[in-house]
Design a binder for this molecule. Sequence first.
Ligand SMILES: O=C(O)C(=O)C[C@]1(C(=O)O)C=C[C@@H](O)C=C1
Length: 160
Amino acid sequence: ATITPTLDQLLTSIDRRLDLAEAVALHKWDHQQPVQASAREHQVLVSARQAAVAHHLDPARVEAFFADQIEANKLLQYHLLDTWHRARQAPALPRRDLANEVRPELDLLQEQLLSALARFDQTPPDNCANHLADALQHRAEDSTRHLALVRASAQLCKLR
Ligand SMILES: O=C(O)C(=O)C[C@]1(C(=O)O)C=C[C@@H](O)C=C1
């Protein structure tokens, strides 16, 4: 299949956000916090909606896109926590504070995601769903990441 650069750039940004799920899950493991943080989700969605206009994007499109990013992030977190519970331990990775380090980094990715989404929406590929499926297969390092990418990109081809 042909590589669609705008799709590829968007998936790279989506992947970067998913990469942070491990640091989030480690913080939640250490501090026995639930994965679900509804107030924070609301903040993320409000902020994304507000930034949509500057990117000439429909706020509803942006909210749906970020809701999918959050769902995919939670999917990875639940999976990681399950793995660590089974092992009775979490990996000895450097810890990063959720509020002071990881969430600000998630916030920084918002702009990158919106730019990439705007470029993608300007020239969506023909046979979008087929292109997407090929790109996801090509990109995912393992079946868990593949599933998370599928979840994160659920509405990408749903263009008005
Ligand atoms: O900030 C957190 O606590 C996260 O787990 C990250 C995130 C997100 O993807 O932005 C995901 C799930 C939470 O419900 C809130 C936000």
